[in-house]
Design a protein around this ligand. Structure first.
Ligand code: SAM
Length: 619
């Protein structure tokens, strides 16, 4: 649906009957009203090393204010500081509209180009994107302002920019002003172009000291002000140990390094040796229309994962493919789930419903069902992702190093480990992030976390001339990926409390049997292989153990002071590990969280440890 209209060459909203920014000069208006109004040049310049400033905005619109803030930060902020920009937008522009609006400002082109690259990954709800190597973080909530504001905190400066109070009174209610105060840190400032009495009085009532100053251009006056007090100074940690070299550990190490921490990564085997060692993993976002806390987390994680992959892992024939995924309505239950999701009428770049004819055309082989088409999904090679995440970053990697115990010290944690020759050694850091998957059970302090091992086996089958045509991932009760180097990956089994990793013929047969239901071509492929016992026995594959949590919500956050976990990602780790890492790193550094507070609370490991078996570790 079109959001943007044009009036005299300027972006205009017919819905609200108002302009997105001043007709005189949008750029200068933003700089005057919001940047100067919040004294940002001075505040950016004076940011202490290792700290971040967070801006909150009501109304993302064309993103012009964000780009102006980023440009100023880029010019004046010292190294090793960062910027968080939180904004909310109920009616996001589409790619064409955004690109046309931002083309008005050639001086912002490099910043606008970066924003455009992420824009195609936007999902309804919470989006977290990193720019400038992680120095600038955008948290964009695509939702109504009343849903977004109560879910965040830690804002230092506000841009109040939600169309004029006369045209859009819902953006300027007393309730909104109250939430703005609750989401602010002590000493937070605000600026807005309006000087309407309802805004002045409302912000005063919510606790702000409010002043009128000269407005921009033809506007005589505007408002600015601040909350009393000064923001608490909480020094960010400078050293971290991450335990576990799978996707959860590598994303955590990368997110912490981006924030300037010195990171050491310990892995008992080799990088990506456990559940992250499969040759191919699929990006499978299984959602339900109820959008409970788990599904809000999975959706935000999906958008984040695609943007992170764009940054870290190029699409090519070996490491990553954006071939799309078809989730098929192969059962009555799935058909109901898919029908409800389709009725949400989300933008088609996230997913759209397709019938069996279109699904078959997309897949390149005949399929028996329609379903949902996720064009941004695909497969990737998890070990390559692990390597790319560590990349050229200054992370010290210790492989063959098994952690035996964790002990708190006066200024952080000591990690005691054994190398391959059983030599004991220890490391210390201010914080520790445990990303060991189900193997956390071997750490005495953490054995009570509600984590169950689940064995999963995938099968590699040689492509046939017919199956070679498959172009997308197809998902029924199992999944099949397009052939890579002449073989398809078929997955995957689930065996609770089984930690063996040998290949099992019956599980190959189980994987193949699930293909029968979704396509005549795959039915034949499955029969041909399963009826030939010798061929079945010789099939290649891989079994690994995932960590699973009741309710499927991973255990992400602070467990004890300075001790964090990113565990229990189950079968969704490729999607959920990246945003979990952002959440852990932001929490550890006292920065703006990338997720709604309700989701952060639901992820918290500390809240999910059984009271009968608390975690305690002694110094
Ligand atoms: N800051 C923007 C920029 O730099 O382009 C301009 C913002 S424009 C004046 C106001 C924005 O608020 C519009 O994009 C509009 O869609 C959004 N908006 C209006 N009502 C909203 C609501 N209830 N919740 C969230 N966003 C809303």
């Amino acid at each position: 649906m079109r959001m943007l209209d044009w009036q005299n060459g300027q972006p205009y909203s017919a819905r609200f009957g108002d302009v997105y920014f001043s007709r005189d000069s949008g750029l200068e208006e933003k700089q005057y009203v919001f940047l100067q109004g919040n004294r940002l040049a001075e505040r950016f310049t004076l940011l202490p090393k290792g700290s971040a400033l967070s801006i909150g905005e009501t109304g993302f619109g064309t993103g012009l204010s964000f780009l102006c803030a980023w440009q100023l930060f880029d010019k004046v902020a010292p190294l090793r500081t960062s910027l968080d920009f939180f904004s909310v937008e109920k009616y996001p522009l589409d790619e064409e509209e955004l690109s046309a609006a931002l083309a008005l400002w050639p001086e912002l082109r490099p910043y606008a180009d970066e924003l455009m690259l992420r824009w195609r990954r936007r999902v309804p709800g919470w989006n977290r994107w990193s720019f400038a190597g992680g120095r600038v973080r955008l948290t964009l909530v695509i939702d109504d302002v009343t849903k977004a504001l109560p879910e965040t905190h830690g804002i230092d400066a506000w841009f109040l920019d939600g169309f004029s109070p006369g045209r859009n009174p819902e953006m300027w209610t007393q309730q909104i002003f109250h939430w703005i105060t609750c989401a602010s840190r002590a000493g937070a400032t605000f600026a807005t172009y309006t000087c309407a009495g309802v805004v002045r009085r409302g912000l005063e009532q919510a606790g702000f000291q409010v002043r009128k100053i000269s407005g921009f251009g033809r506007k005589r006056e505007m408002l600015q002000g601040e909350l009393p007090g000064a923001p608490p100074v909480r020094p960010a940690p400078s050293t971290a140990i991450v335990i576990g070299g799978g996707v959860a550990g590598c994303t955590a190490a990368s997110a912490l390094t981006n924030r300037g921490l010195v990171v050491e990564l310990l892995e008992s085997q080799t990088l990506g040796a456990g559940a992250s060692g499969n040759p191919i993993g699929i990006l499978h976002a299984r959602l339900s229309a109820g959008m409970n806390v788990l599904h809000r987390f999975v959706l935000a994680s999906y958008g984040h994962a695609l943007a992170l992959l764009d940054e870290k892992l190029p699409v090519d024939d070996v490491m990553r493919s954006e071939c799309g995924e078809l989730q098929l309505s192969f059962s009555a239950e799935e058909a109901r789930r898919i029908e409800k999701l389709a009725a949400l009428d989300w933008p088609s770049h996230v997913f759209r419903p397709v019938d069996a004819v279109e699904a078959s055309a997309l897949a390149g082989i005949e399929l028996s069902y329609g379903g949902l088409w996720f064009p941004g999904s695909g497969w990737l090679a998890p070990p390559q992702l692990c390597a790319a995440l560590l990349g050229r970053q200054a992370i010290t990697l210790y492989t063959g190093c098994t952690v035996k115990s964790l002990t708190p010290t006066s200024h952080g944690w000591r990690v005691q480990a054994e190398d391959r020759r059983k030599q004991a050694w220890s490391l210390e850091a201010e914080i520790v992030v445990v990303c060991t998957g189900y193997r956390v059970k071997s750490l005495p302090a953490l054995a009570n976390l509600p984590l169950t091992p689940v064995r999963g086996q995938l099968t590699l089958i040689p492509a046939t001339p017919a199956s070679q045509n498959l172009r997308t991932i197809v998902c029924g009760s199992g999944y099949l990926a397009p052939a890579v180097a002449g073989r398809h990956v078929v997955g995957a089994t689930h065996r609770f409390n089984d930690t063996s990793i040998n290949l099992n013929v019956s599980e190959h047969a189980e994987n193949l049997s699930r293909l029968r239901e979704i396509s005549p071509v795959l039915h034949k492929l499955s029969d041909d292989v399963t009826q030939d016992t010798r061929q079945l026995e010789q099939l290649d594959g891989r079994a690994s153990i995932r960590g699973s949590v009741p309710g499927a919500m991973p255990l992400v956050g602070e467990l004890l002071p300075g001790l964090y976990t990113s565990l229990g990602h189950g079968t969704r780790g490729l999607i959920t590990a990246g945003l979990s890492a952002e959440s852990v790193a932001a929490t550890a550094c006292g920065q703006l969280l990338p997720l709604p507070l309700s989701v952060v609370n639901a992820l918290s490991p500390a809240r999910r440890i059984s009271p009968a078996a608390p975690v305690s570790v002694k110094e």
